[in-house]
Design a protein. Structure first.
Length: 210
């Protein structure tokens, strides 16, 4: 009997080290002998990638439009990528998922957590992550790290207050269901962050692969 496929999400604000953390997570899952795919949001499949373009590179978008487009893209991603893979026993690792909407649209854009929860129930339902790795970092440090990345996208151009609300919303969300989270102090060195991720996965292994 094979183990149930798991859904793992990576969250955190700009420059927290999500993409870097993904490399460590891949190594861990390879070692565990797990069959998995890596994907990302917004995007992860053709329609959702088109919506990503609108989200990140439009001149202006109303906050509510941003929320609706995020969940529109997420629905395509869930229906066409996440659900089918989990159904056939393939683990899914997503660089960002629904917590990013609580953080960015709920917190950052001040739409509130209630409306995001409503969309979460409507669109995501029971396709919730088994484990969310939250790369927790002060926005000042994260933004400093990505300075050299070149042209910032529409969301990255927001002010510091916006990113403080995001960091706080991520922490608040994790507090609601702490056992589903691995909170990583992402401000530490590459080496320490990597070690923290490895330790977190080791401590969750039994639960993820009983
Ligand atoms: N622990 C770390 N210490 C210092 N720099 C880091 C660390 N983790 C990532 N970086 C660097 O910060 C930048 C952003 O990392 P990245 O993984 O792309 O973040 P994200 O995907 O969360 O935006 C990259 O240049 C990366 O090399
Ligand atoms: Mg990234």
């Amino acid at each position: 009997m094979t183990n149930k496929a798991r859904f793992i999400t990576l969250e955190g604000s700009e420059g927290a080290g999500k993409t870097t953390a993904l490399k460590t997570i891949k190594k861990i899952l390879n070692k565990w002998g797990v069959d998995y795919i890596c994907t990302r949001e917004p995007g992860g499949e053709p329609n959702a990638e088109k919506i990503r373009e609108i989200l990140l590179h439009s001149e202006h978008l109303h906050a509510k439009t941003e929320l609706l487009l995020m969940f529109a893209a997420r629905n395509e991603h869930i229906q066409n990528v996440i659900k089918p893979n989990l159904a056939k026993g393939v683990w899914v690792v997503s660089d960002r998922f629904v917590d990013a909407s609580y953080a960015y649209q709920g917190g950052g854009r001040k739409l509130g957590q209630g409306v995001v929860k409503w969309m979460d129930d409507f669109i995501v339902g029971d396709v919730q992550a088994d484990l969310t790795v939250l790369m927790d970092i002060a926005p000042e440090i994260g933004l400093e790290r990505i300075k050299s990345r070149g042209q910032a996208d529409r969301i990255e151009q927001e002010g510091l207050d916006f990113f403080h609300r995001i960091t706080q919303s991520y922490r608040d969300k994790a507090k609601l269901n702490p056992s589903k989270y691995a909170i990583i102090d992402a401000s530490k060195s590459f080496k320490i962050v990597k070690q923290s991720i490895i330790s977190a996965f080791e401590s969750k292994k039994q639960e993820l692969m009983p």
